[in-house]
Design a protein around this ligand. Structure first.
Ligand SMILES: [Zn+2]
Ligand SMILES: [Zn+2]
Length: 462
């Protein structure tokens, strides 16, 4: 039964006031600590990051790979390292119903290496360039811009030992931040390889052993197992002790030294802003030779939360997974922290593409006719918005105004009888009656002339 019109009084909808998001209602489910919902207001930043990452990846010849969130826990203990914070303290591990020890992936280099071997990418023309964007998990202490489920984009180049690849990856990383208006510097170091690192570790251990009492408890333990990690300890005392530490770059073997010098030369050619930083050791066992961290230039102390991402070479990792050596290098950047920096810098995300037109209707028969038109328009690629569930035309037009559409196409009782439709220009408020059969070409013609939505200041009241 059609609802009769002349219903010009606005209908007020009385919905119960939703509770303030800050108010905790007893018994109501809440986010786990360290987790984050990515709300609509965040999405324009996400879109910007995703677009820039994908554009840069594709233009540099990278193909996308996505691996599962769950992996066998030993994939990470074997590669990232048993003694690292990630594996020892932060990895989410559980035994599943089959009794297998499973981990929520804390990083993606090991899974990508696993996939590379498992699917025979090793027989593809080398190098293989892969990129990804996905969520990772670490049971870390939550801090600003750091969550227990966090998103990373990353790049891996497998099957190439040349130092120019390291430089290109640093360049790619810096380009991405630049495109997102976050100026950065690459802090770079070399960790040597299995030839020269053991000797440096002895020198390092000797140095710290004589200063053991000044180290924090964690570092006293690291001294036995992983003295390199003392260099990036954030405790002020450890920081002071490691001020005059012998630097690894002075103890590299000839091949590692040559590799590092060439990486720096290529960075110079590419005009990448970089600084040598002997404290960059990265927390993971699998790194060899070049390692780097991307630091926000706007923040001075890199002992805060200023690193936006990092990477390095991992020439031994694939061999550790049971294969022949495959030289490789990768980079990963955190999305949440980057988003925080973009917000601080008042980055303006590209506007979301608004609907082109709005379909207004009055009465059940008009609603049905309007629905049919809705399908026709969308099939033609015209973005049509609507409030089909609303009866009040005033309320519908208010929605149209809020959406910033250029035109509203309205079918009321009279238009239904005459087989016509009203085209309302939302900017001027002028309405025109056109033959219903001609509305599609007419609106296509009008939309071709305009581009974009009506800006808020030009929208007229309905
Ligand atoms: Zn320490
Ligand atoms: Zn070496």
């Amino acid at each position: 039964m059609p609802i009769q019109q002349k219903n010009t009084t606005p209908q007020t909808q009385t919905a119960p006031e939703p509770p303030s998001p800050l108010e905790k209602v007893k018994g109501q489910p809440q986010l786990l600590r360290g987790m984050k919902d990515i709300l609509p207001a965040d999405q324009p930043y996400w879109d910007a990051i995703r677009t820039v990452v994908e554009d840069n990846a594709h233009s540099a010849g990278f193909s996308r790979i996505e691996t599962p969130i769950l992996e066998a826990a030993n994939l990470f203990t074997r590669t990232v390292g048993q003694e690292t914070d990630i594996v020892e303290k932060e990895m989410y591990v559980f035994v599943d119903k089959s009794g297998d020890k499973i981990a929520l992936r804390p990083e993606n280099t090991a899974p990508v290496a696993r996939a590379f071997l498992e699917h025979g990418l090793i027989s593809w023309p080398q190098p293989v360039r892969l990129y990804y964007l996905g969520p990772f998990f670490r049971h870390d202490r939550p801090q600003a811009g750091r969550y227990r489920q966090f998103w990373q984009f990353g790049f891996e180049v497998l099957g190439d030992a040349h130092p120019v690849v390291d430089a290109q990856l640093v360049y790619l990383a810096v380009s991405i931040y630049k495109a997102l208006t976050v100026p950065v510097t690459a802090h770079i170091n070399s960790l040597g390889d299995s030839v020269c690192r053991p000797n440096y570790m002895k020198i390092l251990t000797e140095y710290f052993r004589t200063r053991r009492n000044s180290l924090c408890e964690d570092c006293k333990r690291r001294l036995q197992k992983n003295p390199l990690r003392i260099l990036d300890c954030k405790e002020p005392d450890c920081h002071t002790v490691s001020q005059d530490v012998p630097q690894i770059v002075d103890h590299l073997c000839e091949q590692c030294r040559d590799h590092f010098v060439r990486v720096l030369e290529y960075l110079g050619e590419l005009e990448v802003p970089y600084t040598l930083n002997p404290r960059i050791v990265r927390g993971l066992d699998y790194y060899t030779r070049t390692v780097w961290q991307i630091m926000d230039e706007g923040v001075e102390d890199h002992y805060g939360q200023t690193d936006l991402g990092g990477g390095g070479r991992y020439d031994d990792l694939l061999q550790q997974l049971g294969n022949r050596p495959v030289p490789a290098v990768g980079f990963a950047g955190g999305v949440e922290r980057l988003m925080m920096r973009m917000r601080e810098r008042q980055y303006v995300p590209a506007p979301i593409r608004h609907p082109d037109i709005f379909l207004g209707q009055l009465g059940e028969a008009a609603r049905k006719k309007s629905l049919k038109l809705y399908d026709t328009l969308r099939t033609l690629g015209i973005r049509a918005a609507e409030s089909f569930s609303k009866d009040s035309l005033k309320g519908q037009l208010e929605t149209a105004n809020r959406l910033g559409v250029k035109y509203a196409l309205i079918i009321g009782q009279k238009e239904l009888m005459d087989d016509t439709i009203l085209i309302r220009d939302m900017e001027s408020g002028i309405q025109e009656v056109v033959d219903f059969k001609k509305v599609v070409p007419e609106i296509q013609k009008r939309l071709a002339k305009t581009n974009g939505a009506v800006p808020p200041e030009k929208r007229v009241a309905v």
